[in-house]
Design a protein around this ligand. Structure first.
Ligand code: H53
Length: 833
């Protein structure tokens, strides 16, 4: 391509091609230019928001120049690329991250100051890009950061929701949901109106003979909706690589159809079609770890998979390679089962459109895909009803039946006369209605399946996917323990700690090789270092205390022990255990003499997180937390000894303030239920200790930092089944301390007890599925150990520093390299400066 362009033309382009600003003055010039021309503002009417927009546009220009170069480089070298398919990308704010990743934050700070602005105020204007629910979506965002930082040729594919996760408001203690319209004023996306794909739904399948007499299926009629690409540049840290996140937006298929209706005077119906089409990408489903089987959700999934695959295949076909080389050029990773239809769509493209034979096509498919499972919770596992699929995607259902047929035939050969295994592993569940088990398609259609922490991956192999281990052998199943990006979760969220570490280690290299943190251990006993470390923690606590004051009105004492649990509200994550523990503490304080109270370690219990709008029990937990807060925080007997805070609308940008401010944080899921957890890593990386169960990545965190640096409690995963079984047969005794807590609730201490009866009854009467009572004693006594430990400031600091020093394993850079080596077989692209 390059050689076909004549030199004079190239020369002219080179001469005028855009340049990046490289210092403060050039930045200021770009900023003022954008404010005066792009935004049509001036010195006299430029507020913080306009300054934000101008700064973002200036940085966007920089990113897009590098984006172009990166894409050219990747096209010319023509090596294998990774495509990460995820329905969620919980990106948070982009500006601060862009400034830090391109290394121009100081220049921007000074430039903005020259022009009369404070950088913090400017950064604070940005609306979070909240296209995700929780851990799964945030992991995808951390992966994008690491993929770019490590120079992997990689694209993310997702949906451009008009409404991201709802904004949470707390009204009289209840969660209310407010739509999150985030697209006004979003400078980070590039609409590509020229990149569109027509996506078909409904219709029916016709079989006809091709010119060679072969019977081929074709999917005809139905509706067509158009997918339009929007690109978001993803800058790596300290590299020229800027990767792409492509988000699809839906609109009515352009074409005569609408015009015909329009011209026939049927204006309303033409507009209605438009609106129906736009509904597909209108809203993110606000459930985390919970699937509801709604038709629109299935439409979203197919729309996004089909558009992304069309794009990937189009790019591959430009190389004019043989189809057999597809898996050498393309690796596609499925983030959970949400994109499983991509497997079926790929097979459809190969056999129905490209004319390959079934086996040849299927070999290509399985070599291309990898599947990550993030949960063992039954309510999160996707199943789609056969009638629904038949109606929406008739050809795909046929292909699924064929995949199942060939698969079951091979299983039958391997395990003759074993009907049970056939029915257990069949993609089709023989229920009423029949259901398609998406995880099974994902396993059968991929060459590798991974879990996200060791315990989780072991559980997959020994329980959920055991039969598939027997069928395929254990090598198809692997573990890649999650991580977080140290750029956002240390450098950006905690700049003071990042600088202190850099000062000690002689530079910021640890941000791209987190294992270098181990050098910090040499300074554990350094008095001066400890003092600085402690000082940074108190500043971060002050910053959180300010957020708490500004958002809730409550004043908290920053000297108190800050005990934080922020994550989606879910019974398995057990915020109920936490708030019952808080009530227990409150009752204890109330029963103390003045003398005894002097010995109490003052605490602030901080909660935050959203409940799925239809998840009644989770909403009840939020309600209880807020009612307890209202009583405890206004009780003059208690004063600063205990404060309870619910932070409204927990999101990524609030997490950046919250994570650096914990003394202790809570990761207390019932053993065996949390896939990995990733906020546990963020808190420890910022020098907070944790209290947790032996679950998810807590186990590997313990292995890395040492069990003397973590507060573990509760029953083990291996005991859970037996305990549940015993509860089921009536062998259940409510923990005596928990009984007192329930009595306080039932005596209306926190308002009308009726509001909370479902919550207490689920434990007392309905089998305590999440083992709250079984773990309660261990939980409260472990919290007493936390209090005790907090009194010894020096030892606490030593634990904090040692833990950070040993967190090197939990960077998504390590995670991405593991995926690249063991699943994708891709190499980073060499990038010259
Ligand atoms: O994925 C995180 C894990 C976490 C797990 C979470 C998750 C979702 O957020 C949504 C659906 C799902 O299946 C799993 O709950 O334990 O850390 C990233 O792997």
């Amino acid at each position: 391509v390059e050689a076909s362009i004549p030199e004079p033309l190239r020369e002219a382009w080179r001469k005028y091609s855009a340049h990046e600003f490289t210092n403060k003055d050039e930045f200021e010039r770009e900023l003022v230019r954008h404010i005066e021309t792009t935004l049509a503002r001036s010195l006299y009417n430029c507020d913080d928001l306009a300054a934000y927009s101008g700064t973002a546009l200036a940085f966007r220009d920089r990113l897009i120049i590098e984006w172009n170069r990166t894409q050219q480089r990747q096209t010319f070298t023509d090596q294998k690329r990774v495509y990460y398919l995820s329905l969620e990308f919980l990106m948070g704010r982009a500006l601060d991250n862009a400034m830090l990743n391109v290394g121009m934050k100081d220049a921007a700070r000074e430039g903005l100051q020259d022009l009369g602005f404070r950088i913090e105020d400017v950064i604070g204007q940005e609306h979070d890009a909240a296209l995700g629910n929780g851990g799964l979506g945030r992991l995808a965002a951390c992966f994008l950061d690491s993929l770019a930082t490590l120079n992997y040729p990689a694209w993310g594919y997702g949906l451009r929701y008009r409404y991201g996760i709802f904004k949470q408001e707390i009204v009289n203690g209840y969660q209310m949901e407010v739509p999150d319209y985030w697209l006004d004023n979003n400078p980070w996306e590039f609409p590509r109106h020229d990149i569109t794909v027509d996506i078909q739904f409904y219709g029916h399948v016709k079989k006809k003979q091709d010119e060679n007499g072969k019977l081929v299926a074709s999917w005809v009629e139905g509706e067509v909706v158009q997918a339009v690409a929007y690109d978001v540049p993803i800058p790596g840290y300290g590299t020229k690589t800027t990767n792409n996140l492509r988000l699809w937006s839906s609109k009515a298929s352009s074409g005569e159809f609408d015009f015909q209706k329009f011209n026939a005077g049927d204006y309303e119906s033409a507009v209605a079609d438009q609106q129906t089409a736009e509904t597909i990408s209108a809203v993110l489903y606000p459930n985390d770890n919970l699937e509801r089987g709604k038709e629109l959700r299935l439409k979203q999934q197919y729309f996004w998979c089909a558009a992304s695959l069309y794009d990937i295949v189009r790019r591959f076909k430009k190389t004019k390679r043989a189809w057999s080389e597809f898996p050498d050029q393309v690796a596609i990773q499925l983030n959970d089962t949400h994109p499983t239809l991509a497997i079926v769509e790929m097979q459809r493209i190969l056999i129905d459109i490209e004319g390959l034979e079934w086996d040849e096509a299927w070999t290509i498919v399985t070599k291309t895909f990898g599947y990550t499972n993030h949960t063992v919770l039954p309510e999160a596992l996707e199943k789609w009803s056969v009638p629904l699929m038949q109606n929406l995607l008739p050809r795909h259902l046929q292909i699924i039946y064929d995949i199942n047929l060939y698969f079951l035939q091979s299983v039958e050969k391997q395990f003759p006369n074993n009907r049970e295994i056939l029915s257990r592993v069949s993609i089709i569940e023989e229920s009423h209605p029949k259901m398609v088990r998406m995880a099974y398609i994902a396993i059968i259609g991929s060459h590798k399946v991974n879990g996200v922490a060791e315990l989780h991956s072991d559980l997959l192999k020994s329980t959920l996917f055991k039969d598939f281990v027997d069928i395929y052998g254990v090598d198809r199943f692997t573990n890649v323990t999650n991580g977080v990006t140290p750029r956002r979760w240390l450098h950006q969220a905690n700049p003071a700690l990042s600088s202190l570490i850099a000062e000690k280690l002689g530079g910021h290299e640890f941000l791209t090789d987190l294992t270098l943190l181990d050098k910090l251990e040499a300074f554990v006993d350094d008095k001066d270092f400890r003092r600085q470390w402690a000082h940074i923690k108190s500043d971060n606590k002050l910053r959180l205390a300010k957020l708490i004051k500004d958002t809730t009105g409550y004043k908290v004492n920053p000297e108190s022990l800050f005990d934080i649990q922020v994550k989606r509200i879910h019974e398995y994550k057990r915020q109920q255990l936490n708030i019952f523990g808080v009530i227990h503490r409150y009752l204890k304080i109330k029963g103390m003499s003045a003398e005894e109270r002097k010995k109490v370690v003052p605490r602030v219990s901080v909660f935050g997180g959203k409940a799925a709008p239809g998840y009644w029990m989770a909403k009840t937990i939020i309600h209880l937390i807020n009612k307890v807060a209202a009583v405890v925080n206004n009780d003059s007997d208690v004063g600063d000894l205990l404060k309870v805070i619910f932070i409204e609308d927990y999101n990524v940008s609030k997490a950046e303030i919250i994570c650096p401010a914990s003394d202790i944080s809570e990761h207390i899921s019932t053993a065996g239920t949390e896939g990995s957890g990733t906020s546990n890593m963020k808190f420890v990386l910022n020098g907070g200790l944790i209290i947790g169960t032996c679950d998810g990545a807590n186990i590997e965190i313990t292995r890395e930092i040492g069990d003397q640096n973590i507060f573990l409690f509760g029953n083990l995963a291996e005991d859970v089944e037996d305990l549940r079984h015993r509860h089921f047969y009536g062998d259940f005794q409510l923990d005596p301390a928990l009984e007192k807590v329930f009595k306080a609730i039932k005596d209306n201490m926190f308002g009308d007890a009726g509001d909370f009866s479902a919550l207490t009854a689920s434990i007392e009467e309905h089998g305590d599925y999440y083992l709250v009572s079984d773990d309660f004693h261990s939980y409260v006594t472990t919290h007493e150990m936390v209090d005790e430990a907090f009194l010894n400031k020096e030892e606490w600091l030593a634990k904090s520093i040692t833990s950070v020093a040993r967190m090197g394993f939990f960077s998504t850079d390590r995670v991405i390299n593991e995926y690249a080596d063991s699943i994708w077989n891709v190499e980073p692209l060499a990038v010259k400066d």
